[in-house]
Write a protein that binds this ligand. Structure first.
Ligand code: NAD
Length: 441
């Protein structure tokens, strides 16, 4: 089936709950790229290419020339935060980008002032901002967010909106009856049920407005039946959870390689130190739990100890995040991997990744915003599993295990783009033309 993709006409508004380190690094970066000061390194939508047809055809366009995504000059930014700082001040506070770069885009960033947030300290204890909406119940908060979206769209003359959640990780909660059906959820909103988190209110408002919603944090958010049903009903694309950067990015590159060679793994100890506001929020055990669940799931799915108990049945996997202010946004991670090979002989791998969290996350925000908008224009609604590539804990339909292997995720992403554009899917078999080549020799 070839998709009928609506053209990317007019402006796309990218609305972001949480104008902190990741969001401001993303916005400042796009503004700098538009001015020709910097390059969009790490963004597939800007720098990635895609092979089309047989290897012999030598067709390898840039993704942005292959699929009709919105151009950077047609993007308008907006967002919400619990602090009233404009994006320039917030970016200066985040200390990710150097002041010289930020000053080069100061007017654009200063003009971006957050709208009042929907916030609940029960969900994020370590923040004390007071730039917060004060409606009398959660249903009215959702309506206020919808009004924000309407106003933003009109004032900025946008054709379309997309939302990418870049706000703090909320405390860990499990799915319960209020999350099961749309009726229960809407009643819960009216009753201000404590099990409905702020991020769920944003997601609900977005879906009701027909705005695609991507979730960059590990919170449940739109990964509940009520909102997934609503997304299908309203024809809205959703995806999540938790941007795949830093240590987990490495893990989903290394683990598939070890698994591919049938090497055994006994233990994988992962530790991090980071000192940004995200680290401060994750210093609270309830918030860390949400992150821990997200980070722990990847190895099991890649290694499948149930299928290969001799190689992975004993695997001990531990993840630690430590708040360490002197490092700021420059996260440092260590991985100690105890592996074994032929006849069970032990070996070790040590990875010490000195990364920059927001530098790795910013291009993901851009790609997700542009691909989610593309999916929406292509009429693809519900979970966008083909965007698993960008997430630590990809959302999947109920009963399906998520795919964590980054290389399989990339194949799925690229094949989805080929499929959307009516190109042949690539299986890497190649026997058909290989034989022709051999015969011609
Ligand atoms: N940087 C990464 O590599 C990475 C990777 C995966 C996930 N994440 C997630 O992305 C999110 C953002 O990370 P960050 O480093 O920018 O954190 P940050 O603390 O710098 O920014 C988060 C911002 O969200 C605001 N906020 C909190 N609750 C809000 C609400 N309900 N509505 C509106 N604003 C709200 C905070 O005031 C803060 O400004 C976090 O949840 C983090 O766990 C980041």
């Amino acid at each position: 089936m070839e998709y009928q993709i609506q053209p990317a006409e007019g402006k796309l508004g990218i609305l972001i709950p949480g104008l902190g380190a990741v969001a401001t690094t993303f916005i400042a970066g796009v503004e700098a790229i538009k001015k020709g000061i910097s390059q969009p390194v790490g963004a597939l939508t800007q720098m990635g290419s895609i092979r089309l047809g047989k290897r012999t055809e030598n067709r390898m366009p840039l993704i942005k020339d292959f699929v009709p995504i919105t151009g950077l000059n047609d993007i308008v930014f907006g967002g919400w935060d619990v602090y009233a700082d404009n994006v320039f001040d917030a970016a200066m506070n985040a200390k990710v980008l150097e002041p010289m770069l930020l000053h080069a885009v100061k007017p654009e960033l200063e003009a971006l002032k957050p709208m009042k947030a929907v916030f609940d300290r029960e969900y994020v204890k370590n923040l004390d901002g007071n730039h917060i909406k004060e409606e009398t119940n959660k249903y009215k908060l959702a309506e206020a967010l919808m009004e924000d979206m309407r106003r933003f769209k009109e004032e900025n003359n946008c054709n379309r909106l997309v939302i990418v959640w870049c706000a703090s990780t909320e405390k860990y909660i499990e799915q319960s009856d209020v999350h099961e059906t749309i009726e229960a959820f809407e009643q819960g909103l009216k009753d201000s049920d404590p099990r409905i988190s702020p991020s769920m209110i944003y997601a609900y408002a977005a879906i009701k407005m027909g705005v695609p919603f991507a979730n960059g944090a590990p919170n449940l958010t739109c990964d509940i039946p009520a909102l997934l049903d609503l997304a299908k009903e309203e024809g809205v694309a959703v995806s999540g959870k938790d941007f795949k950067t830093g240590q987990t990015l490495m893990k989903t590159m290394v683990a598939p390689g070890l698994h591919a060679r049938a090497l055994g793994i006994k233990g994988w100890f992962s530790s991090n130190i980071l000192g940004n506001r995200d680290g401060l929020v994750l210093d609270d055990p309830d918030n860390f739990k949400t992150k821990e669940v997200s980070k722990l799931s990847v190895l099991e799915e890649i290694l499948r100890p149930d299928i290969n108990p001799e190689l992975y049945g004993e695997l001990y996997h531990k993840v630690r995040i430590n708040y360490y202010p002197p490092h700021g946004d420059n996260k440092e991670s260590w991985d100690n991997i105890d592996i074994f090979g032929w006849l069970g002989y032990p070996m070790q791998i040590k990875i010490n990744f000195l990364c920059r969290d927001s530098i790795l996350a910013a291009p993901i925000v851009l790609d997700l915003a542009l691909f989610m908008d593309l999916a929406q224009r292509a009429g693809m609604s519900g979970i966008q599993e083909w965007l698993s590539f960008y997430y630590k804990s990809p959302q999947t339909a109920e009963g399906l295990k998520p795919e964590h292997d980054i290389f399989k995720q990339l194949i799925k992403l690229q094949n989805t783009l080929r499929h959307m554009m009516g190109e042949d899917l690539i299986t890497h078999l190649g026997l058909d033309y290989y034989q022709e080549l051999v015969d011609a020799m």
